[in-house]
Design a protein around this ligand. Structure first.
Ligand code: GTP
Ligand code: SPV
Ligand code: MN
Length: 598
């Protein structure tokens, strides 16, 4: 396309340059000199390119072509068994000072980290192709949209980025010859946990990730750009980057309400964002704007507007079936890359919790023979699908709207077997920020670590906040001043259990009943009673028509146990002590007020 500038006559193997941006070309050349790939491939995101890359991935065994009759356009990938989730231990925020990254992040001085990474990257792509992947985070033309370019030696990353972002020519076009973009460099190296680093350099708008080839570690637009760098940019520019789904609720009368909800990793965002309302709510419609990330900015009317920066969903597979999430089943029935599920002899996929009987035999996520008698799981608990959002049967018509959607409610929620009731509403914005800041959740398989242990995960952002968590809370408090009509704030818990270990609330589509209470609260249509922790519904305020849930269970799910709450406040101290020197005083006061109410 565009001719290179004279000082950049491309050496052999430099590929067909597809941008007029001299900065990008210089950086690609520099990186090629460091990593010494055999060749460079400049992506344009076209259909022909996709076919070519898929064929290559299949020929080299990176992807297995699935049964195209059952799953058109679907492919199968197995990651290295040592590389199946995000690794927070290896994730660094490299700000100038340690204080700027704060006590909840791992930090290393930028110079030291660059030196370490330069050492690891030297010659790292020898014998490989370096792909130049341009992408947009956000709809083309949105004032919130950011441009990224990822250099990677993983064809799996290229094909996944093509699904997860608006990748290709559209990004080259928006970049122009002098646009600002986030630099991302990724090399799998030898996929060795000892050489695994995901480093963020906010001052250079740069991300470098090495030693992994898995999801959140390597699809650099997602957690690295959209959340870690994004949150720091939001602080500087007066907007918010959040680990939130965005959905629209349309009432039978055609009234539209948008909500954004922050649940920690593997705690129900994808499911909630595309729920199908139960029968008595058949005239209500849920549409999905986003399933994982929200970028939100005050609009001229004083409301908070949200876009989904992504164009695809990277969702948890196990537990997904036609009962729990029919829309996700349709979504991932074509054009999808499956990672770490099980593979059946007829090249179909299987996982724990899929509809129907388990296959008599298959290959598990590691490629070993598996039968229903096997002790190990066939699919990894953090196995994932990557599917274009355009396959979602309930995709919101607003999902590509550059202006975003006005948010009426923000919802926080965790995975809590005890203490946290099904739903409550915060008294006001500051109290809502306290509720989000003190959120706890049981850890899941989405990150390496101890599954099931409750930890504080403020706003579901513990692994994703790109700067000091105390300053992040202060930013939340400051946002209130930029909003004439701030969203109402709620907290939900779908995961409360009975003493004998059953979920008290049926969850999934039935969550519509709680969502309706939330919508009606936003519209001032239902009562609530005041409790020490917030405004709560009486059981009769939740529409239980045809609900398959014993009334006693519902009452227990909605109940408040003051003794448990006193313990909860003490547990919150873990985080507050850690953040003490940077904690906004408003949150300390909220804590005191809660204790006095209890
Ligand atoms: P990330 O992609 O990691 O950010 O996760 P997510 O928040 O999108 O979580 P997702 O919707 O994929 O749900 C993760 C797990 O929670 C799945 O195994 C679901 O089956 C389960 N889950 C989701 N919603 C509910 C619910 O309402 N009740 C119960 N009991 N489980 C749920
Ligand atoms: C999460 O862990 O919150 C995810 C999956 O959404 S990953 O992209 O791997 O981070
Ligand atoms: Mn997530």
């Amino acid at each position: 396309m565009t001719k290179p500038t004279p000082h950049l006559v491309p050496p052999a193997g430099f590929g067909t340059i597809k941008t007029a941006h001299a900065g990008v070309r210089d950086w690609v050349e520099e990186t090629a000199q460091l990593c010494t790939p055999d060749q460079i491939f400049w992506c344009d995101g076209s259909e022909e390119e996709k076919e070519q890359l898929i064929q290559q991935a299949v020929d080299t065994g990176v992807l297995i072509r699935l049964n195209q009759k059952k799953l058109p356009g679907c492919y199968y990938h197995r990651s290295n068994p040592n590389d199946v989730a995000r690794v927070e231990e290896c994730t660094f925020i490299c700000t100038h000072t340690e204080a700027e990254a704060g006590p909840t992040n791992h930090w290393m001085a930028p110079a030291k980290m660059y030196e370490k990474l330069l050492g690891l990257c030297r010659g790292a792509m020898k014998g490989r192709t370096m792909y130049v992947v341009p992408y947009l985070m956000g709809p083309p033309g949105s004032p919130l949209t950011k441009i990224g370019v990822e250099l990677t030696d993983s064809i799996y990353v290229v094909l996944s980025m093509r699904i997860m972002t608006r990748m290709g020519q559209v990004a080259w076009d928006q970049l122009g010859s002098d646009g600002i973009y986030t630099k991302g460099l990724h090399s799998m190296l030898d996929v060795n946990p000892a050489r695994r680093i995901i480093a963020h350099f906010p001052q250079d708008n740069t991300i470098i990730s090495v030693g992994s080839n898995y999801g959140g570690n390597v699809l650099l637009g997602k957690k690295c750009l959209a959340l870690r760098l994004g949150s720091a940019l939001g602080r500087d520019e007066g907007w918010m980057a959040e680990h939130m789904l965005i959905l629209g609720v349309e009432s039978p009368k055609g009234e539209k309400t948008f909500v954004a909800a922050a649940f920690p990793s593997s705690c129900g965002k994808t499911n909630f964002s595309m729920l199908i309302p139960p029968k008595p709510f058949k005239d209500w419609k849920i549409t999905t704007v986003g399933d994982d990330i929200a970028w939100m900015k005050p609009g001229p009317d004083g409301r908070l507007y949200a876009i989904n920066p992504e164009a695809g969903y990277f969702g948890v597979v196990p537990g997904t079936n036609y009962k729990s999430n029919p829309n996700a089943m349709t979504l991932m029935s074509r054009d999808t890359i499956y990672t770490n599920v099980a593979l059946t002899p007829d090249l179909d996929v299987w996982w724990e919790g899929k509809d129907g009987e388990p296959p008599a035999e298959c290959l598990d996520w590691k490629g070993n023979p598996w039968t229903p008698a096997s002790k190990e799981k066939a699919a990894h608990p953090n196995s994932r699908f990557a599917a274009p959002m355009y396959n979602n049967p309930v995709l919101a018509p607003e999902a590509d709207n550059p202006e975003g959607v006005p948010i009426n409610a923000l919802i926080f929620g965790g995975r809590r077997a005890t203490t946290l009731p099904l739903v409550f509403q915060a008294f006001n914005w500051i109290h809502g920020v306290y509720v989000g800041a003190t959120m706890g959740s049981e850890m899941t398989a989405a990150a390496a670590g101890t599954v099931g242990q409750v930890r504080r995960d403020p706003m579901a952002m513990l692994p994703f906040c790109g700067y000091n968590m105390g300053d992040y809370f202060a930013h939340w408090l400051k946002m209130r001043k930029l909003l004439k009509n701030p969203p109402k704030i709620f907290h939900v818990n779908w995961f409360r259990k009975s003493k004998d270990g059953r979920f008290l609330w049926p969850g999934y589509g039935e969550n519509m009943r709680v969502l309706k209470w939330i919508v009606d609260r936003c519209r001032g249509r239902v009562p609530a009673y005041e409790t020490p922790v917030g405004w709560m519904p009486e059981p009769q305020d939740i529409d239980t028509t045809d609900l398959n849930c014993p009334p006693d269970d519902l009452a227990e799910a909605l109940s408040l146990n003051i003794e448990e709450w006193k313990r909860e406040v003490l547990l919150q101290d873990d985080l507050f002590i850690q953040l003490y020197s940077d904690l906004p005083k408003e949150l300390m006061f909220q804590r005191e007020l809660l204790i006095s109410r209890l």
